[in-house]
Design a protein around this ligand. Sequence first.
Ligand code: AMP
Length: 417
Amino acid sequence: MIQLIRGCKDILPGETELWQKIEETAKEIFEDFGFREIRIPIMEKTELFARSIGEHTDIVEKEMYTFPDRGGEMLTLRPEATASIVRSYIQHKMYAQDPVRKFYTIGPMFRRERPQKGRYRQFYQINAEILGVAAPFADAQLIYMLTLLFSRLSVTDVTAHINSLGCPECRPDFREALLNYLSEREEELCADCRRRSRINPLRTLDCKVPKCREQMKDAPAITDRLCGECRTHFEKVQKFLHAMQVSFEIDKRMVRGLDYYTRTTFEILTGSLGAQSAVAGGGRYDGLIKILGGPDMPAIGFAIGLDRLTEICGINAESLQRKPALYIAALGENCQDKAFEWICALGQKGICAESDMEGKSLKSQMKRADRLGSPYVLILGEDELSSGQALLRNMKTKEQTAVPIENLPEKIKEIIK
Ligand code: AMP
């Protein structure tokens, strides 16, 4: 038997209802805040991700699903959505008509990470991005929207962590200070951090290896070295979050795994998911539009891990499952024909009715009605058909009433509405 690929998963009925509910809730909130949906391709040219995410990030170095197209061009299954959204913004010259654009998108991402609980190779993200706004209102609005979504989904035990990574003005100084700090401790760091300290030193700050954490305890903090503009920006984000009663912590160690971030970065962490504690993350990427060949425009966005969100969502998935409003237990060919017509007519009226299509016994049909959780069963045999009255059984009270067959879908609609 052919099994699914390691790190992928099927999302089955019983689970999909919760996924739909989360997606609908997110869409509703985003649209209420003026965001519009954008749908971008699942594959892009490899270069797009290499240039935006950064050649020396874990994602680009070892996690992308990259392959030559039959024509020889290198393509990659998208590991994240921001790069494609920025590409699309530039390609369609969206900045020319109205530079301020607010987008959301929902879909699968692909990273060849080591599969474990909460970590998949095909996983799903909900993204929201604001392009063309430099003001800290955008940062605060995105974080506020995230907390609103989590509260609407009854997610508890989450905290927002925020940090600022500075800008091309202040980052080089900080990098220098960090490199000095690292050079004194290189021997004590894990192999990954020794490598990182040469090519991507900021990543050493959020290494999870205990001995690195210990060594990095007194490392310089970027928030202490921000330039005036970055500091004001960061303070305003905090002020607006306080004004909206969003609680947050400043996390000087949070650097995030993608190179394009500047200024504000944030993560939503939960205590309910063990090691995979980040359910959402994002930040500013003020230089990315220019790097990808567009105008010099600021932008900011976030990605929510949908797989992880479904695990901590407080909504009972069972309560979301739609059950048939009616089961028609039809006996014999004529009755089955009638049942088929009624089911179509009821479906057309927005009422889900089910019946057996295989000519099973009354007993087995009643069992199936019970299994499907249908609150009513309409019993229709040859006798009922000729008398013009079918029997409607309330499965809870076991009460049975006769219902005239003429115009039955209308009458059913009246009774069960
Ligand atoms: P990132 O794009 O790395 O900032 O990730 C944003 C969010 O996506 C994370 O906070 C996770 O919730 C989710 N995520 C990232 N990678 C995975 C993965 N391999 N499996 C499941 N969720 C993931």
